[in-house]
Design a protein around this ligand. Structure first.
Ligand code: UDP
Length: 392
């Protein structure tokens, strides 16, 4: 018997993503590990994905990330078309024993209503669970759809109906954590880095204010809405009313002076890794309950301590005083002090912790256990560990 899992990555970005992409980076880490354990993976994604898999399903030739910033009546068809294709694929084939879904809101809504046309589903919640209260507050998995969080803290924010479907949480991982403790340290530069979408939740304005107050050098990397390069926002943009563009214009851009505060746009590959590895610390001054924090585990794997506000997943991922410094949410003075003190923390400790806790292999083992739980709870048990081990 072959153990085949359909992993639905959604239609937004290729896997792996060319730069920004939290979910897609995590799937690029998970899928090879599942396949190494003998699981056959059908990836529902976009045509430009390059991750090796056993089979692929795609409607769109390339990622539709930019559509996410468009009005609902323009974007809903993208999400629906992708999922419609997934459903048809599930009806067409009889080898898929489980769907591992990562498509927000549409995924659980549609997949839980398919009855026997759909194998059991594990839907990973990558989002703020206080969103969509009408959906999450009254969700019905139909006995075959279950969910997992990406941190324990995230699940504590889930309404009871959603929590009842939970089979646990699995922290995010990064290939950078593999053998991280054996990588030689790199020389640290003078800068602090904030790696992430430019949006109020991620706190770029807090970081920029801190730079001006303390004289620290802060590099901001990541897209502003659909804009990846500073040139794209050099003049007026067509989407000035986009909330992230507005946040950038009103609160971040006025603080960018090219010296203390720089916005370098989206960085990728070695450039991204170097920027993080040479930073004195990664700043995570979040203004929300960050659910998973890919950039956090990447930073530790690259030997860079994390300095941020003590909320969301941060206390689970960062050990205060050893792999980072966490201060009271909103306390910008304490954040500035902590950023200064972070140089005393050991990059080796950060790398060791990442190698111990945040490898793709560890994540894949945990997901296989959750697959087993989901199959058992849905009344279609299959010992996935055995199936995977036998290449069965
Ligand atoms: N990222 C990147 N280049 C950038 C900014 C971000 O490659 O310029 C990556 C980052 O390394 C991480 C992901 O995008 O892998 C962001 O994921 P995270 O979970 O931190 O944030 P979110 O999914 O909430 O945006």
């Amino acid at each position: 018997m072959t153990m085949t899992v359909l992993v639905n990555a959604g239609p937004w970005l290729p896997v792996p993503p060319p730069g920004y992409g939290g979910i897609e980076n995590v799937l690029a880490a998970l899928v090879p590990e599942l396949r190494r354990r003998g699981v056959r993976v059908v990836l529902a994604t976009v045509g430009s994905s390059t991750l090796p898999v056993d089979d692929r399903v795609a409607v769109f030739p390339d990622g539709r990330f930019a559509d996410l910033q468009r009005p609902y009546n323009r974007v809903m068809g993208v999400a629906a078309a992708h999922l419609h294709r997934v459903v048809r694929e599930l009806r067409r084939r009889d080898d898929v024993v489980l769907v591992h879904d990562h498509q927000e809101a549409f995924g659980p809504t549609v997949l839980s209503t398919l009855g026997r046309d759909c194998p059991p589903v594990l839907h990973t919640l990558h989002w703020d669970l206080r969103k969509h209260p009408e959906l999450y507050g009254d969700i019905d998995g139909g006995g075959s759809l279950f969910v997992n969080g990406v941190s324990f803290a995230q699940l504590t924010t889930a309404p009871p109906a959603l929590r009842a479907l939970s089979v646990g949480h699995v922290h995010l991982s990064t290939p950078l954590a593999v053998d991280a403790e054996r990588r030689p340290g790199v020389a640290k530069g003078d800068h602090l880095v904030l790696m992430g979408r430019v949006t109020r939740y991620k706190g770029q304005a807090v970081a920029a204010r801190m730079a001006h107050r303390t004289g620290a050098e802060v590099v901001l990397a990541g897209p502003v809405g659909p804009h990846h390069r500073p040139e794209e926002l050099a003049g007026p943009a067509v989407d000035e009313d986009n909330p992230d563009v507005r946040y950038f214009r009103e609160e971040v851009e006025p603080l960018i002076d090219g010296r203390r505060v720089r916005w370098v746009g989206t960085v990728a590959g070695e450039e991204r890794d170097n920027l993080v590895a040479t930073a004195r610390a990664s700043l995570v001054p979040i203004d929300w309950e960050e659910p998973g924090g890919t950039a956090v585990v990447e930073s530790l794997a690259l030997g860079t301590p994390v300095v941020g506000f003590r909320r969301g997943c941060l206390p689970e991922l960062v050990e205060h005083g050893r792999t980072g410094l966490l201060v009271d949410p909103g306390d910008e003075d304490a954040l500035a002090t902590a950023a200064g003190e972070a140089t005393a923390l050991s990059p080796d400790d950060c790398r060791r912790e990442a190698a111990r806790r945040f490898t793709p292999s560890r994540m894949a083992d945990r997901y296989l256990r959750l697959y087993e739980k989901v199959l058992a709870r849905s009344g279609r048990p299959l010992r996935v560990h055995d199936a995977a081990r036998n290449g069965a």
